[in-house]
Design a binder for this molecule. Structure first.
Ligand code: ATP
Ligand code: LTN
Length: 334
């Protein structure tokens, strides 16, 4: 509990530009949660270092991610939006938790296995211990709930295991967090290969809708989306491409699958793809306008970053000191 409310924690890596998958699976669902929860969102720049970054572009991406959080509707006066690397407690707690994590557990992480294959030239220790840092992010703020896309479920499970293991030795130190996975949009697929997750690191530009794509680009990518040779808009097991488009259309318009099937009865894929492209572009337009305003207002963003960094630091320090004391590290005097 923090300020009388349960704590909600989440974040995204500051790598590349966000995709429609990041938006529908995560960011969009974070808006308006601050009435019910004390919400804390990190720009996860330390996690991004597990893959080699070009320093200037990386710095820009991190700021762009911060602005996208705000542009999507997270008010930085009501949500603590901060930079992970500005709170040193993440790295410090991560070290301690690493001593409570087994290699056998880390060996089972599917994201590590995927990324090790994709970045075979740089399978570094950070990539391997990525879930430990993620556990530190969450446990440092005593989070009750963690909203993420379905691909992060395994990382939430290991976080709970580490927390329970620690608590079993030292008492009730950590809150055990729950993952919160959206019903719709939890896994938006590639527009070019509907068996694959839409990912910002996809080398085929047509596979991914970026949040900053303009209207023409969005519509063009939807028109080229890979579907099947049928013509009926139906949510069928055998129609992964159409299912994905229906998921997207449903998330954006709020309509359920039955309503969508009815709306496009007898109208064919072409019209459905166009309607989906237009609905997505219309949803993104206000976000993009707000993003441009924010990126131009340096003083406002800098002010919000500093204020929230300090707030996050205060929350984190409390847990870190408690953990250090519990494990028997000598108290520091400054
Ligand atoms: P990459 O694909 O380059 O590994 P990513 O797009 O998965 O990166 P992350 O920062 O790892 O980006 O994810 C941020 C959040 O977006 C997470 O909560 C994740 O579950 C969610 N997410 C990512 N891709 C999708 C998707 N295709 N559909 C739904 N949610 C997604
Ligand atoms: N690994 C996450 C990003 C992330 C995160 C977190 C999400 C890092 N730390 C803590 C929730 C809570 C991802 O989405 N790839």
């Amino acid at each position: 509990m923090l300020n009388g409310k349960q704590v909600l924690y989440s974040g995204m890596q500051a790598t590349g530009t966000l995709t429609l998958g990041n938006y529908l699976g995560a960011l969009k669902n974070w808006v308006n949660l601050n009435e019910e929860y004390e919400c804390i969102y990190g720009v996860m720049d330390l996690h991004s270092l597990t893959v080699r970054q070009e320093p200037a572009a990386f710095r820009k991406n991190a700021r762009s991610l911060y602005a996208l959080y705000v542009a999507a509707g997270l008010d930085p006066e009501k949500n603590c939006i901060y930079y992970q690397s500005h709170v040193s407690g993440h790295a410090e707690l991560s070290w301690i938790l690493g001593c409570f994590t087994y290699m056998g557990e880390l060996n089972r992480m599917t994201q590590f296995k995927d990324k090790a294959l994709r970045h075979a030239e740089n399978v570094n220790a950070g990539l391997y211990t990525y879930p430990v840092l993620m556990a530190a992010d969450i446990l440092l703020y005593q989070a009750d709930v963690v909203p993420v896309g379905v691909d992060q479920k395994q990382h939430l499970e290991i976080t709970r295991d580490i927390a329970q293991r620690f608590n079993a030795v030292y008492g009730d130190v950590f809150t055990i967090p729950e993952a919160c996975i959206p019903k719709a949009g939890a896994k938006i697929m590639s527009l070019q290969d509907p068996q694959k997750k839409m990912s910002k690191s996809d080398e085929n530009a047509n596979a991914t809708i970026l949040l900053l794509d303009d209207k023409d680009t969005v519509i063009r990518k939807f028109k080229r989306a890979v579907t099947d040779s049928d013509t009926v808009v139906r949510y069928g097991e055998d129609k992964p491409g159409i299912r994905n488009l229906m998921d997207i259309y449903s998330c954006v318009t709020g309509k359920d699958y039955a309503a969508i099937e009815k709306e496009f009865e007898g109208r064919g894929y072409g019209e459905f793809k166009l309607a989906t492209g237009e609905a997505v572009a219309d949803e993104l337009a206000p976000l993009q306008a707000r993003y441009q305003e924010l990126m131009a207002d340096k003083a406002y963003l800098d002010g919000m970053i500093q204020r929230n960094d300090e707030k996050a630091e205060g929350y984190a320090r409390k847990t870190l000191r408690k953990v250090q004391k519990k494990v028997g590290l000598t108290e520091r005097r400054f």
